[in-house]
Design a protein around this ligand. Sequence first.
Ligand SMILES: Nc1ncnc2c1ncn2[C@@H]1O[C@H](COP(=O)(O)OP(=O)(O)OP(=O)(O)O)[C@@H](O)[C@H]1O
Length: 575
Amino acid sequence: MLKLYKLLKPYTLYIVVSLVLIFLQTTSDLYLPTLMADIVNSGVMKGDTDFILKTGGIMLLIAAGGAVCAVISTFLSAKASVGLGRIIRDKVFARVEGFSLHEFDRIGTATLITRTTNDITQIQQVTFMIMRMMVSSPLMAIGGILLAYSKDKALTGVLGIALPVLALTIFLVARKAMPLFKAVQVKIDKVNLVLREKLTGIRVIRAFNRMEHEGARFAEASLDLTNNYIKVNRIMAFLMPTLMLIMNLTTIAILWYGSIRIDQGRMDLGALVAFTQYAMQIMFSMLMFSMMFIMVPRAQASAARINEILNSRPDIEDPRQPKTVRELRGLVEFKNVTFSYHGAEQPALNDISFTAKPGEVTAIIGGTGSGKSSLVNLIPRFYDVDSGSVLVDGLDVREISQGELREKIGLVPQKAVLFSGTIADNIRYGKPDASGEEIREAAEVARAAGFIAEMKDGFETLIAQGGTNLSGGQKQRLSIARALVRRPEIYIFDDSFSALDFKTDAELREALKKETLQSTVLIVAQRIGTVMDADQIIVLDNGSIAGTGTHQDLLTSCEVYREIVSSQLSGEEIA
Ligand SMILES: Nc1ncnc2c1ncn2[C@@H]1O[C@H](COP(=O)(O)OP(=O)(O)OP(=O)(O)O)[C@@H](O)[C@H]1O
């Protein structure tokens, strides 16, 4: 957690001023019982009303001063702790943005959400508490003991017994509660995970009538979290009355022993009143301090989870001295590429070599799971190869900055992803400074202009979160328009035409041809119809290349291709 506290630097002044104010507030709190003792001894006992009023007035002023200090210091420490939360959130967000897909796969989305929200809130709260307690509690405890001792040495013996008993009780309870507090974050992760799956998969859940099953899964995760909280609260519920009991017994012991000492003429009444108040202040400060000890471990667990993200070095980073080439435009080469996902037993791609040239269409076809998406994901460097190299414009993608590399690429992913905003915003995502004309043109080529025109607000129509108010094919066409608008050197269509009907698919590819004359086009597809006209077809089988060539070449040379073709086309169509 200390590591995260380095981020508090911009708030140093707030913290220092706040701590000074808390110091003043605590000192004023400590001074009040002594004044009270004076009122009892010199005012009440002697019937001196003037003294009572004068000292009472001073007490009021000191209490008011303390209250002002408390308000300002609370405001400043709240500002510093909330500010820390914001800084950490920004840092975590920026770090997660730099994650490679491997890291997303490894850590998981649900826990990333908990870490960015709940874990940071924990740290925020504890930071606030620490700022409030770290000066006031020790000062109150030590100052209180010294002042109590100055009032009556013998009576301090009572505290000598009460305080260790109090400390021991707190220690025993904290030892039981700490692991439960620490477990809370992991259990919240689980609830988030189930909830996220439930919300994103709601259609499938309903279609398969799995509401009960999902409900049970959620109930299980939620119950686990609830039980944990119940256990924690049971312990805390035990702690509070026990501590109050110890405190009240201590007060009784002080009053009893104090009255004996007053009887013996060894102590005055004022000192007893002050002593009782000091004893309360000491015990309360210990109580608050103990709260901190219980909350800190949970925040520490949160800090460890956040540090895990902040310290993770992305396994895909820009080279120190990125190279740039401008002579070639969009040439993609794979040289003996082998690639495996983390933890996978077998490589997803095996010794892949081919060249995709500008002005040509290279199609990649193969059965499900044959490695088509894995192959195209290596071009924007979403993953790094195990061996071999992927070259763009003659340079290894690891030698180019990721920004520059991806600038060249227009990717249409397998699953269309849209963002909340208007249709125009979504197309403009591909080129932030695109003009209205460019957006319209891209939509036209992507065969999206027709359905956009039919919408009430045309290009200004709002897209619901995740694009739920559009059909699969419409979403896909918008995501194609988004790639087209940036006029990239390399187009990657990852199975992007499968959501379109045959007619639209053919029309769209025809329109694309004119647009992509100078570019390198890679099309991943399942349908033979989509790839037949390509300049080059790469047939993937189980992560390896089974054949490369044109449709006609492959019909004669590649058994796997022939099988795919015969499973989809009639004899006449093949001929
Ligand atoms: N993120 C991942 N982590 C681990 N393994 C993965 C991951 N993505 C894909 N795989 C595995 O890699 C192999 C190739 O998957 P890939 O998605 O490239 O196939 P594909 O040919 O595009 O399939 P489809 O046509 O069904 O989309 C599969 O065996 C798959 O299980």
